[in-house]
Design a protein around this ligand. Structure first.
Ligand SMILES: *Cc1c(COP(=O)(O)O)cnc(C)c1O
Length: 366
């Protein structure tokens, strides 16, 4: 017997979201961003579902993430979203990855490792200030790539810092990017694939869709910001499920769990559920209004989340050992969303789903 706790990943929902977002983005093509184990959903199954639903391209953050996909037999093009260390240039070639470049050192390392024309995508920093070449330096990099017989400038791209919240800044970034592309055109350099939009920009700025959109959070069925585009039929793909392991009746005033932070307002049944912060259930949820679903009803956490277990105040409901508990996702007509957790914890849904940990096995539906 194993612990009755797991993460359910609905691959139909992933496929649905990919098709929905690809339709919105068309004629721009959709690149499915599956970095960080597909935002905690499982990289290989999600990548396969996204490709099957029509995504022509995948993107990851790390060479090692790309290698996992290749080792699973995935042959689709894979874009690396940042430069890896220069020593990884050989692996980029070996594993047939599409590197993003923005330093002369990495361009040189790739050129030395490549034996035949290698497509590269140049990243320009237009305001995110994380990685990318400054516009002033990007021109020289383009010249170096174009002059190199081992490299082929297939793409040029940028990344938005505030696509979900600041129209003026996002427009300015896009203008900077478009001017850069125009400048390349003026000197005779045509780049076939221009891309800029993440999920938020794909939805909010049609003019930012260009040739390709890089969509992450949307394919998992989450909105980039709470309440954004509320009538869009995005379907959350992740459900965190467990089962009641113990039920006891405790008197009013009892303070369950570490720190004895919260007293039961009235006598109640308290259910113990075998999922804890070591599984990615944030410890602070206990003190900040976390609810779970049992028998289709919301119930508050009764005290601090512990490493392996959490307690739930189910009041007078006839909850029994073995009942299904939904920590994240829907049960009947009720739903606990990643946005709700994020609001309690002052973060974003991205962090919530990414930190659902590997100790919980993933079960893929259908
Ligand atoms: C993660 C990432 C994306 C996807 O962003 P979402 O907001 O999840 O759609 C796109 N581009 C880059 C460079 C990223 O790092």
């Amino acid at each position: 017997m194993v612990r009755p706790s797991w993460v359910e990943i609905n691959l139909d929902a992933i496929a649905h979201n990919v098709r929905l977002l690809a339709d919105i983005a068309a004629p721009a093509r959709l690149c499915a961003v599956v970095k960080a184990d597909a935002y905690g959903h499982g990289d290989v199954p999600v990548a396969e579902a996204a490709l099957e639903a029509g995504a022509p391209l995948l993107a990851v953050a790390l060479v090692e993430e790309a290698i996992r996909l290749r080792e699973a037999g995935i042959e689709a093009p894979i874009l690396l979203l940042s430069e890896p260390p220069q020593q990884s240039a050989g692996e980029v070639i070996t594993w047939n990855l599409i590197p993003t470049v923005y330093t002369t050192g990495f361009v040189k390392a790739l050129s030395e490792a490549a034996h035949q024309p290698l497509p590269v995508h140049l990243k320009v920093d237009t305001g995110m200030h994380r990685v990318g070449a400054a516009v002033a330096d990007a021109k020289d990099l383009v010249a170096a790539i174009v002059a190199d017989r081992h490299l082929y400038l297939e793409g040029v791209w940028t990344h938005f810092a505030v696509a979900e919240e600041d129209v003026a800044f996002t427009r300015k970034q896009l203008d900077t990017f478009n001017s850069f592309v125009q400048m390349l055109h003026d000197v005779g350099v045509e780049v076939p694939i221009r891309h800029a939009a993440n999920t938020a920009a794909t939805l909010l700025y049609p003019e930012a869709r260009l040739d390709l959109v890089r969509v992450g959070i949307g394919i998992y069925g989450q909105r980039p910001a709470p309440g954004m585009v509320p009538d869009l039929d995005l379907r959350p793909a992740m459900r965190v499920v467990s089962h009641v392991s113990l039920v006891r009746r405790l008197p009013a005033g009892t303070r369950p769990s570490y720190g004895r932070r919260k007293a039961l307002p009235v006598e109640a049944l308290v259910a113990t559920v075998p999922v804890g912060y070591a599984d990615g259930l944030p410890r602070a949820l206990g003190a900040h209004g976390g609810d779970v679903l049992i028998r289709g009803k919301r119930h508050p956490l009764a005290g601090t989340v512990t490493m392996d277990q959490v307690m739930v105040d189910v009041g007078d409901d006839p909850v029994e050992v073995g009942d299904e508990v939904v920590l994240l996702g829907s049960q009947g007509s009720e739903e606990v969303t990643a946005d709700q957790w994020a609001e309690h914890l002052d973060t974003i849904s991205y962090e919530i789903v990414c930190q659902i940990g590997p100790r919980l096995p993933r079960r893929y539906l259908p």
